[in-house]
Design a protein around this ligand. Structure first.
Ligand SMILES: [Zn+2]
Length: 139
């Protein structure tokens, strides 16, 4: 019997329909599992491997879960807990890496608005877009 890839794609799409899919919490569980595996490789303890297996099973269960609404609520609560910056890192690490390599982030000293300037321009004068406060920062 020949393998029909189109048929396989259709079946996979059907199987994934109505399931939660990958989200920030599932990704965080996978990263944590990866760290535990590395710890295990370095220290040769037994428990990190088992814990990482548990985390991977949990992550898989989240991706496969059909109770999308409950999973979304958990994910929102998790993102609230870790903050918007950490969530952004977990959800798109590559784009955050490029972002932090190209821009320096700081806060306005008077209203603490987040300011972003391109890196490598020396010390520059910045005008806060929110309160018009002028200050200098290293880029
Ligand atoms: Zn300001």
């Amino acid at each position: 019997m020949a393998f029909n890839s189109q048929d396989f794609d259709r079946k996979l799409a059907q199987w994934l329909k109505g399931r939660n899919g990958s989200d920030a919490l599932a990704r965080a569980l996978c990263y944590l599992a990866l760290i535990l595996i590395i710890v295990d490789l370095v220290f040769h303890w037994m428990w990190p491997i088992w814990l990482s297996l548990v985390l991977l099973v949990l992550a898989w269960w989240r991706v496969m879960s059909k109770n999308v609404q409950a999973r979304r609520q958990e994910n929102d609560r998790f993102k609230q807990l870790i903050g918007s910056t950490a969530s952004a890192w977990i959800e798109s690490p590559v784009s955050m890496m490029t972002e932090s390599r190209n821009y320096r982030h700081s806060r306005c000293p008077s209203c603490s608005q987040q300011i972003r300037v391109p890196r490598g321009k020396g010390t520059i004068r910045v005008t806060c877009p929110r309160c018009r406060e002028k200050f200098t920062m290293k880029s």
